[in-house]
Design a protein around this ligand. Structure first.
Ligand code: SF4
Length: 118
């Protein structure tokens, strides 16, 4: 039997959840609603993360452009995906929602501008 502690981030209550894995049968304690159990089980089985960072702006007074992923990516791929994003440099004008990197590392996640730079 294995137990893992999580703090649920689904709502501001921040319930402390204990997930128990008993030979593949998962159960949760401490969550005040079903969403917490779903959150803990997803974190345990296949944790996903949203990529947010900045990329270089090649010219102009603004040096960095905020970017965000359009889909969550597996947590274990986040570091490698960030390394790919750091290779990107954009030239203005760039508009919020413009794709700056497509399908990063085959994850199905595009990286788009989070702001506009004229
Ligand atoms: S378990 Fe439910 S009530 Fe508790 S933090 Fe998560 S979503 Fe909120």
């Amino acid at each position: 039997m294995k137990q893992v502690q999580y703090t649920c981030i689904v709502c501001p209550k921040s319930c402390s959840i204990t997930l128990t894995d008993d030979n593949g049968t998962l159960s949760c304690e401490g969550n005040e609603c079903k969403r917490g159990a779903i959150y803990a089980q997803n974190e345990y089985l296949h944790p996903m993360r949203t990529l947010t960072t900045t990329v270089k702006v090649a010219e102009g007074s603004v040096k960095r452009l905020g970017v965000i992923g359009t889909a969550e990516i597996p947590r274990e791929m986040l570091g490698d995906c960030l390394q790919e994003v750091y290779k990107v440099s954009v030239c203005p004008p760039v508009h919020a929602g413009d794709v700056v990197l497509e399908n990063v590392l085959g994850t199905g996640c595009d990286v788009v501008a989070a702001m506009t730079i004229e």
